[in-house]
Design a protein around this ligand. Structure first.
Ligand code: APR
Ligand code: PHB
Length: 391
């Protein structure tokens, strides 16, 4: 098989890139390790910056998002038993974010890909990458017991943190930066009305909590948990009790509980690999960087990488090499700012036992300063809605 761009991974990065390239007349094939049903069953974050919403519109998949996405103009910070609203819209010069699940984004992109008749190979277990230091890279995999090969111009590695693309880069050419946090998030999805119209981020002596949502009737809640915790040790009752204890009295009273329809645990990590291009292999999204979910930046960073990659590959086929040459540095400038923000939100809101009472007092002082200082809240708002693409 021959195509212009072989895309590894059918997460939001790979599917969005495929759609944007297709609309520009650039042929592409997507290869995905897991089944389509498995990809669609993964519950991930759900806060889209305006830039991400705009890019999904350009990819032709903005319709359901416009109809069903929930615009949010503020968030609440809860600490010391009370809630404080951050006027994201007012402090960011009129911007907002849209709450729309990553699963829905993936669904819309899969539908558009299918409608356009583009090739997507699911459940391909043994993808390998070759010759990306030449002008004609190849991707190999097995299908029906036979080795198959795709000859292409570029390989886009959009296969997440555990993917094969970053792992295929020759040793010594990649620099990585990492911080692993000493706790995880336990999340549940439930068909209950959200406790508040806006997201609540909670700093509590028992640990962080987050009240989010997917719609007016579906809630998404998280509590900070230990890395040693097991999912089956967290019954629904234990989860709801723990969440209630971390909320202020009014929200705790208002919380509507019900059976969970999904429950999962995730560790928190900050990670960046540099650079993002190796000859004709380019990395995008979680394949290149991970942020802890506290700032809701993971999907938005994947989208901004894809924006730059779409420009870079479009430029290449129009005869301009500049965009591709600058792809890595453009992405990384934005990535590191989102890494900083996500690390800061994580540090401010979670319980870090190793920081002791001194660390806890500093957190309280910073939270008090934050909600009293317009300058500090403006900085939070500006980062939360997303820095511009040229940041
Ligand atoms: N071959 C093919 N596909 C692979 C391989 C492989 N060896 N390894 C992993 N994949 C697939 C995964 O199964 C997954 O479907 O690549 C896809 C990567 O998708 P994501 O992990 O969703 O990463 P990305 O598309 O970069 O999305 C960005 O935003 O909210 C955050 O972390 C969250 O998923 C999210 C991300
Ligand atoms: C979510 O809804 O899953 C969510 C929202 C905000 C975050 C992280 C996750 O910061």
């Amino acid at each position: 098989m021959r195509t212009q761009v072989a895309i590894i991974g059918a997460g939001p990065a790979g599917l969005l890139l495929g759609q944007l390239l297709h609309r520009e007349g650039i042929g592409n094939v997507v290869l995905e390790l897991r089944s389509q049903a498995h990809v669609l069953s993964r519950i991930r974050a759900g806060v889209l910056e305006q830039g991400t919403v705009d890019l999904l519109g350009k990819a032709g998949v903005g319709q359901r998002l416009q109809a069903e996405g929930l615009p949010h103009r503020g968030i609440e910070l809860c600490f010391d038993g009370s809630r404080h609203r951050v006027d994201i819209h007012g402090l960011s010069g009129g911007k907002q974010v849209v709450v729309y699940g990553q699963t829905e984004v993936t669904h819309d992109l899969m539908n558009a890909r299918e409608a356009a008749g583009l090739t997507t190979l699911y459940a391909v277990p043994d993808v390998s990458l070759h010759g990306f230091d030449t002008h004609q890279p190849t991707v190999r995999y097995t299908r029906d017991g036979k080795e198959q090969e795709i000859v292409c111009d570029f390989i886009a590695g959009c296969d997440g943190y555990h993917g094969v693309s970053r792992a295929s880069v020759p040793p010594g050419t990649l620099q990585t930066y990492e911080r692993v946090y000493p706790f995880g998030w336990l999340g549940i999805l439930s068909d209950t009305p959200p406790v508040s119209d806006e997201l609540i981020y909670v700093n509590h002596p028992r640990g962080f909590a987050l009240c989010s949502m997917r719609s007016k009737t579906r809630s998404r809640y998280y509590v900070q948990c230990s890395l040693d915790d097991k999912l089956d040790g967290w019954s629904d009752t234990r989860f709801w009790d723990e969440l209630r204890r971390r909320l202020d009295a009014e929200a705790a009273e208002r919380l509507v509980t019900g059976p969970s329809i999904e429950k999962s645990m995730a560790p928190l990590r900050s990670f960046v690999a540099e650079p993002l291009r190796f000859g004709r292999l380019v990395l995008a999204g979680d394949a290149a960087h991970i942020v802890p979910p506290t700032g809701a930046k993971g999907l938005n960073l994947a989208a901004s990488d894809v924006h730059f990659l779409w420009q870079a590959l479009g430029g290449h086929y129009r005869g301009s090499a500049t965009e591709l040459e600058h792809y890595s540095e453009r992405c990384l400038a934005r990535v590191w700012k989102a890494e900083r923000f996500s690390w800061w939100m994580t540090s401010l809101l979670h319980k870090f036992p190793e920081n002791g009472a001194f660390g806890q007092r500093l957190q309280q002082a910073e939270l008090n300063y934050l909600v009293q200082s317009k300058a500090a809240m403006t900085s939070l708002a500006e980062n939360y809605v997303g820095l511009g693409l040229e940041a």
